[in-house]
Ligand binder design. Sequence first.
Ligand SMILES: Nc1ncnc2c1ncn2[C@@H]1O[C@H](COP(=O)(O)OP(=O)(O)O)[C@@H](O)[C@H]1O
Ligand SMILES: [Mg+2]
Length: 245
Amino acid sequence: MIVLDQVSKRFQRRDKSWFDAVHPLSLTIEQGEIFGLMGYSGAGKSTLLRLINLLERPDQGSVAVDGQELTALNAGALRQARQNIGMIFQQFNLLANRNIADNVAYPLEIAGWNKADIQTRVAECLAIVGLTEHADKYPSQLSGGQKQRVGIARALAPRPNVILADEPTSALDPITTRSVLQCLRDINERFNVTIVIVTHEMSVIRRICNRVALLDNGHLVEVVKVENKQLHPQSVVGQELVRED
Ligand SMILES: Nc1ncnc2c1ncn2[C@@H]1O[C@H](COP(=O)(O)OP(=O)(O)O)[C@@H](O)[C@H]1O
Ligand SMILES: [Mg+2]
């Protein structure tokens, strides 16, 4: 479970003025949920996602994941706690000079796993995302959808309870998007991993999310349930977002 309690984040602009990217907000995400963060560009979605693993440290408030208050940990303990939180990115962020297997192995090497365990786990994760035959290829030899599957395998490798996904399908065509979302859903169902997914596309929310937080100019406008691909926001912004997809 992820509990954000009155977190906020402001950035200083070049002209030294302050800008509230995330106004104080509270949010609870249950274990095993696929939870969306949705809003227009600049709404604060990525900042909010990065507050969950403290890639951005909140100015106020606390962040707890699986009962552990991350905002109270020292650097070493935080590094350890982050093993429980995988991340995937719009531009995949693969290491170009490592083959696919070694990309997936990377977080396990950092975490100090031994060689034999790494090899076993990498093979498992490549099988889960359907890339076993591509293990020896390099990222440049793969399609966008395959690269994102490598990203998913890499995030999954350390057996996290949570995966954070920042616009994971925004660089992909509609058909590839479908298959990558299916892959995320499979992982969620098989391993009960909580997935928090940032998107500006309502279609992504409809396809895989259980609930979605609608953000507008750094404010949490409302949290809406998705049932049978339908959602019924009460807010003006929410209704606008639904209407436009
Ligand atoms: N490191 C930063 N420094 C200054 N401003 C930032 C920084 N990160 C984000 N912002 C600003 O905060 C706002 C929200 O950004 P972001 O969370 O990336 O929005 P979204 O992901 O919804 O498009 C934007 O106006 C952005 O320019
Ligand atoms: Mg963003």
